[in-house]
Every structure is written in structure tokens, then in C-alpha cells.
Ligand binder design. Structure first.
Ligand code: SAM
Length: 253
């Protein structure tokens, strides 16, 4: 039987496609793509003419049997989305879950992912973070989601669209006014920008320069100041001090 490759594609800069991804896309029998017209441009750029079939949120469940039959027949397939890593706020989860349950071999071909790119350069803690995907579209639900994130000490990462960014910052300014926030905009593209500050400061910047609210965004919000984490650290410092005191007293342990 064939293999399903889950292939990451660029999030802006086409050079971010890995050589392995290009090889796989050229070698598989078919490419299942979120939007075949969009991906046709990437494939043309790479000089690849592998046949494509569409796989998006509305037909994903129906595609499972088709892909299953292809794999059973020995074909290999690449799954891609419009940008970045499939399944990460993108289609593919149902197909991967179902085909894995049917015993198929599924191989990741990693590469660009906006949330990881944003975290890697934002300068907020990365030891623990929660990826929240897109905030709900409805203002009241968005506020609730942000309020619910108030307590956790881990960094939160959100995807956001340009027409909602100002509203999200306004809500953040009310719900989490003291938190450090980083806006990672247009990652890997010409106008890549990182802005950081408390929500009210970021709002000022966006209001002064409307260009700053254009494009694609990852919003990263610092966690609640070190409650659980700080406590653990203090405990371990206290334990070390105690141990040292015992050793210098000559207590056998
Ligand atoms: N699968 C993609 C990934 O691996 O990151 C995410 C797809 S999701 C439908 C699109 C969202 O990802 C955008 O609304 C934005 O929040 C974020 N995103 C994608 N590309 C980006 C970029 N170049 N700069 C900033 N954010 C980006």
C-alpha cells in the first residue's frame, strides 16, 4: 500500500519549502490540496505537475474513501493546505485520523508553521504555551475566550485575521490590560513586522499607521505573572538551600 505524506508548504516566502517537501510533491501520485487553484501556483513555481484533487473542510469526510482506495491500490499521496502545516487551523484532521485508523502509513514532512515561526522570534516565554487557533468570530464569545485565558501562566498563541485585529486588541485592552502582547505580522514576507507592548500601546501604533493592521497575524499573549511556575522555582531554590545547609552541618543523607 501507498503512503500519505502530510507536507508543510510556505507561509509566505517560497524558499521556505524544504528540498524534501519538493521531492515528495514531485514523486507522489496525487496531491490532495485545500484549494487546487491556489496550490497550482506553488507547483508551477516548483515545476511540478503532479495531479491534484481538492480536499477542504466541506468535502474532507467524503474524501476518506477515495484516498483509502488510492492508498490500497499502492498510490502515494501528499496532503497540503494553502499555507504552512496542514491540520494546524487547516483541513486534514479527519483524513489523517481515519486513514491512520485503517492502518495506513502516514508520514509528516515538516516545515513552515506560523505559530512556531512567531513564537521563535517574539521574545515571550516558550517553555509552555497554548495554541488557541482562531478566536471566535462573535464579539461576546471572543471576550469570553480571552477572559477564560486570564488565569493560566503559559503563553497563549492565537491566529487572527486583519479585519478583526483591532477589535481583538480593544478587547485585550479591557480584559488583560497589563499583559505583554506580541503581534507577528506577515511572517517571512516583505512587510514582516513584530510589534510588542501592552494592548493599549499596540492599538495606538495600529491607529497611527493603518498599514500595521494589514496582512496576516499571529497574536501572542504573555501568561499570568508566574504564579504556579514561580512557586515551583521558589520551592526548588528552598530545597537546594536546605540540602546545602544539611550537608555543611555534616548530616549524612
Ligand atoms: N496551517 C497554517 C500554519 O501552519 O500556520 C495556518 C493556516 S490558518 C488558515 C491562517 C492563519 O495563520 C492566518 O489567519 C494567520 O493568523 C496565520 N498565518 C499564516 N501565515 C502567516 C504569516 N505569513 N504571518 C502571520 N500569520 C500567518
Amino acid at each position: 500500500p501507498g503512503t500519505l505524506y502530510v507536507v508543510a508548504t510556505p507561509i509566505g516566502n517560497l524558499d521556505d519549502l524544504t528540498p524534501r517537501a519538493a521531492r515528495v510533491l514531485g514523486e507522489v501520485d496525487r496531491i490532495a490540496a485545500e484549494d487546487t487553484r491556489h496550490s497550482a501556483r506553488l507547483l508551477a513555481h516548483l515545476g511540478i505537475n503532479t495531479p491534484m484533487l481538492s480536499l477542504h473542510d466541506h468535502n474532507e469526510a467524503k474524501r476518506v474513501d477515495t484516498l483509502d482506495r488510492s492508498l490500497v491500490a499502492g498510490e502515494s499521496i501528499a496532503l497540503i493546505s494553502d499555507a504552512g502545516t496542514p491540520l494546524i487551523s487547516d483541513p486534514g484532521f479527519i483524513v489523517v485520523r481515519e486513514l491512520r485508523a485503517r492502518g495506513h502509513r502516514i508520514v509528516p514532512v515538516p516545515g513552515a508553521c506560523a505559530l512556531i515561526a512567531a513564537l521563535s522570534a517574539a521574545g515571550l516565554p516558550t517553555d509552555r504555551f497554548t495554541f488557541e487557533g482562531f478566536l471566535p468570530a462573535k464579539p461576546s464569545a471572543r471576550r469570553q475566550a480571552l477572559e477564560a485565558s486570564r488565569a493560566g501562566s503559559e503563553t497563549r498563541v492565537y491566529y487572527e485575521s486583519p479585519h478583526r485585529i483591532v477589535h481583538t486588541l480593544e478587547t485585550l485592552a479591557e480584559v488583560l490590560p497589563e499583559r505583554d502582547v506580541v503581534l507577528a505580522r506577515e511572517l517571512t514576507k516583505t512587510f514582516e513586522t513584530f510589534l510588542s507592548g501592552v494592548p493599549a500601546r499596540l492599538l495606538e501604533i495600529l491607529r497611527e499607521d493603518p498599514n500595521q493592521s494589514r496582512g496576516e497575524f499571529v497574536v501572542i499573549v504573555a501568561g499570568a505573572p508566574g504564579v504556579a511556575h514561580g512557586f515551583e522555582e521558589e520551592q526548588s531554590i528552598a530545597a537546594d538551600a536546605l540540602l546545602e545547609a544539611l550537608i555543611s552541618e555534616g548530616v549524612g543523607i
